[in-house]
Write a protein that binds this ligand. Structure first.
Ligand SMILES: Cc1cc2nc3c(=O)[nH]c(=O)nc-3n(C[C@H](O)[C@H](O)[C@H](O)COP(=O)(O)O)c2cc1C
Length: 174
C-alpha cells in the first residue's frame, strides 16, 4: 500500500472480531512506526503502553460513559499514549513560543500508529474520551494519558465514504 492508499483506507474501526488475536509482529511494526515519528526537537515526549486481556477491559471502562466508546471493550489490544517530560530544547520552545508541542507530537505518533495499523491490515480507533487519572493508575504511568488507540481485526471491513470539509474551506493561498 502506498501512502495515499493507506490514507484513503484508514478509518476508525468501532467493531472488532473478538475471536482474532493481533500478531505480536504486527504490534511491533506499529510501535516501530511510532518510534520513528517526528517530534519537536526529536524529544519524543511520550510513552506507549501496550495492553491486552483483562487490562483492556479495565481501560475500556475508563473510556466509556453516556453511550460513548462501548465498542472499546471488544478491542483485543489497546495502546495507551501518555506524556513524558519535554527535552530541554522543546521545553524552552514550548514556554517561549506558547505552543503545546507535546500534544502535537502525540497526535503525529497517533497518525503513524493508525497508518501502520492500516498497512498491517488491522482496524484502529483513536480514543480521546477518557479518564486520564484512572488509566494512569491502571497502567502505572507517570504522565497524563492523552490518547488510547484500539487495535484489532475489523468485524466489518466496509470502507465508509469520508465526510470532510471541502478543500476550499480548509485551505487558503496567498
Ligand atoms: C484526538 C481524537 C480523539 C478521538 N476520540 C474518539 C473517541 O473517543 N471515540 C471514538 O469513537 N472516536 C474518536 N475519534 C475518532 C474520530 O471520531 C474520527 O477520526 C473522525 O470522525 C473521522 O472518521 P474516520 O477516522 O473514520 O476517518 C477521535 C479522533 C481523534 C483524532
Amino acid at each position: 500500500m502506498n501512502f495515499t492508499e493507506i490514507a484513503q483506507t484508514r478509518q476508525s474501526c468501532r467493531s472488532y472480531d473478538t475471536t482474532l488475536a493481533v500478531e505480536e509482529e504486527k504490534i511491533t511494526a506499529i510501535l516501530e512506526a511510532a518510534r520513528i515519528a517526528p517530534s519537536a526537537c526529536n524529544g519524543q515526549p511520550y510513552h506507549f503502553c501496550v495492553c491486552s486481556g483483562e487490562k483492556v477491559q479495565e481501560i475500556a471502562k475508563a473510556c466509556q460513559g453516556v453511550g460513548i466508546n462501548k465498542f472499546a471493550s471488544d478491542a483485543p489490544v489497546m495502546l495507551v499514549i501518555s506524556e513524558e517530560p519535554y527535552c530541554k530544547m522543546a521545553a524552552m520552545g514550548a514556554k517561549l513560543k506558547g505552543n503545546d508541542y507535546r500534544s502535537i507530537d502525540i497526535g503525529i505518533a497517533a497518525a503513524y500508529i493508525t497508518a501502520e495499523a492500516t498497512a498491517q491490515g488491522l482496524g484502529s480507533c483513536i480514543l480521546g474520551w477518557l479518564d486520564s487519572d484512572k488509566i494512569q493508575k491502571l497502567c502505572n504511568l507517570e504522565g497524563a494519558v492523552r490518547l488510547v488507540i484500539t487495535l484489532g481485526y475489523p468485524k466489518e471491513e466496509k470502507l465508509r465514504e469520508k465526510k470532510r470539509k471541502a478543500l476550499e474551506e480548509l485551505v487558503s493561498r496567498l
